[in-house]
Write a protein of this length. Structure first.
Length: 404
C-alpha cells in the first residue's frame, strides 16, 4: 500500500482521522522510500548527539579558554542552525554574565570585535549567513568557531582563519540535524566557562532521545505511540503551540518549524508569557470559541465538526534554566499556574488541548523531552496527508526564484 492523501469526499476531521490512522498504523509502508529515511534519521538523534560530542572533543575547543571570558557569544546561522543559538541562550539562562545572541542576518552585529566569540553554524557549510559571519569575525579579530559539513566553504574559511572547525556529517534535510549542530555550540560555550554541561547530562540526554525514538517507532500503533497520537490530535486543525518557560518556548518554535516544513501546517508558536498579554484572544475567535458557539446543539456530540478549529499544544516545563541547573521556585510556579490557566481557558471555549510535560534533571534533557515526540509527530502528520516530509517543493521553487 502506497501513501495516499485522504480519499475524495472525505470532509473535515472525521475523514482525515480515518485516513490518518489507517496509514499511520501500517509500519511497513511508513518505512519505505524517503519517508522511511526521514523517520530513521530523526530516530538517530541520540546517536547524532554522541557522534557530535565526540567530534567536538577532537576539535580541541578547550583552547578557546586561553584568551579568557569573552564579552559576548554570537551564534550565526539561519533555520535549524539559528535554533542552536536559541537553545544556548535558554540553557545559559538569565544568570549568564555574558550575552548570548542568535544572529540570523548575514555577517555579524556592528559591535563585534576582538573581545567577542562568533560561532558560525551551517549544516551544509554553504549558508551565506554563516559564511558572511565567519568572514566578518576573522576580519575583525573575533574568536571564531565553525560548525558544518566537512570539505565545505565554511570549513575552508575556518582553516584559513586557523579557527576550530567541528565537521558534522551532512544529513538532508538540515532540520533533522538539530542535535548534531547544537552539541558543538554547547561544548564550545562550556569551554569558555559560560555554561555547565557535565558529560553525564550529554549521556542522559542521548539516552532520553533513544528512549523516545523507541516509543515513537513506525511499528508502534497510534494507541501506544505518542507521536502518532499527537499527529492524529492535530489533524485538520490550526495548531497553537505555547511553551511555559523560555526553554519550552524554543521547543514550541522548533515544533512549529517542523510542522510548517514537514506537514505544511500553518502554526502559531511562542511563549505563554507573551500569549497572556493578548494572544490568548485567538481562543475567542472564529477558529476558537466562536466556532463552538455556532455549533448545532442538536448535532451528534460524538461527530466531529467540519469547521477548522484551533488545537492548543502546551509544552509544560517545571524546571529553570541556568548555571545552577533546574531550580524550583516562584518564577516556575507562576509559569505553571499560567499554563494550567490557559488550558482551562481553552477548554471552556471548546478548544482541545494537548499537554507535553518536560522530563529530566538537566535543562538539555528537558529540552530533548519536549522536542523528540513533536519531531516524530510532524513527520507522521505529513505522511498521513500523503506528503513526503523530506521534500518541500515550495522551498526549492523559492530558491530558484530568488537566485540572481
Amino acid at each position: 500500500m502506497a501513501l495516499q492523501p485522504p480519499p475524495e469526499g472525505a470532509s473535515g476531521l472525521t475523514g482525515l482521522r480515518e485516513a490518518d490512522e489507517r496509514l499511520l498504523n501500517d509500519g511497513e509502508v511508513l518505512q519505505q522510500g524517503e519517508p522511511g529515511i526521514m523517520l530513521r534519521t530523526i530516530a538517530s538523534a541520540g546517536a547524532q548527539l554522541r557522534e557530535s560530542a565526540s567530534m567536538a572533543a577532537e576539535a580541541r575547543l578547550s583552547a578557546l579558554a586561553d584568551e579568557g571570558r569573552p564579552r559576548s557569544v554570537v551564534v550565526a546561522g539561519v533555520g535549524t542552525a539559528a535554533r542552536t543559538g536559541d537553545i544556548l541562550a535558554t540553557i545559559a539562562g538569565s544568570r549568564s554574565v555574558v550575552p548570548v545572541i542568535a544572529y540570523r542576518s548575514p555577517g555579524v552585529p556592528g559591535w563585534v570585535g576582538a573581545a567577542d566569540v562568533v560561532i558560525a553554524v551551517s549544516a551544509s557549510g554553504r549558508s551565506p549567513e554563516a559564511i558572511a559571519a565567519a568572514d566578518a569575525a576573522a576580519r575583525r579579530g573575533a574568536r571564531l568557531v565553525a560548525v558544518g559539513a566537512p570539505d565545505s566553504e565554511l570549513a575552508s574559511l575556518a582553516d584559513r582563519a586557523r579557527a576550530p572547525f567541528v565537521p558534522i556529517p551532512r544529513r538532508a534535510p538540515a532540520r533533522v540535524s538539530l542535535w548534531a549542530l547544537a552539541v558543538p555550540v554547547l561544548v564550545a560555550t562550556r569551554a569558555l566557562g559560560l555554561i555547565r554541561l557535565p558529560e553525564a547530562d550529554l549521556a542522559e540526554t542521548a539516552a532520553r532521545l533513544d528512549a523516545d525514538a523507541e516509543r515513537c517507532r513506525p511499528g508502534a500503533d497510534s494507541f501506544v505511540n505518542p507521536a502518532k497520537a499527537l499527529a492524529l490530535d492535530l489533524a485538520g486543525s490550526i495548531p497553537v503551540i505555547w511553551g511555559s518557560s523560555p526553554l519550552a518556548a524554543v521547543a514550541a518554535r522548533r515544533f512549529a518549524d517542523m510542522l510548517s516544513t514537514n506537514a505544511r501546517y500553518p502554526t502559531i508558536a511562542g511563549d505563554l508569557g507573551e500569549a497572556g498579554r493578548g494572544r490568548v484572544g485567538i481562543l475567542d475567535g472564529v477558529y476558537g470559541g466562536l466556532a463552538e458557539a455556532s455549533r448545532d446543539i442538536f448535532a451528534d456530540p460524538k461527530a466531529e465538526s467540519d469547521v477548522t478549529r484551533l488545537r492548543l499544544v502546551i509544552l509544560r516545563d517545571g524546571g529553570f534554566s541556568g548555571d545552577d541547573g533546574p531550580v524550583e521556585g516562584e518564577p516556575v510556579a507562576v509559569e505553571l499556574r499560567r499554563a494550567d490557566a490557559v488550558a482551562e481557558l481553552a477548554a471552556r471555549r471548546g478548544v482541545r488541548v494537548s499537554v507535553i510535560e518536560a522530563e529530566g534533571a538537566s535543562a538539555l534533557e528537558r529540552f530533548a523531552s519536549l522536542v523528540a515526540v513533536p519531531d516524530f509527530a510532524s513527520v507522521y502528520l505529513a505522511l498521513a496527508h500523503g506528503f513526503d516530509p523530506a521534500a518541500v517543493p515550495a522551498v526549492t521553487e523559492l530558491k530558484e526564484l530568488s537566485a540572481p
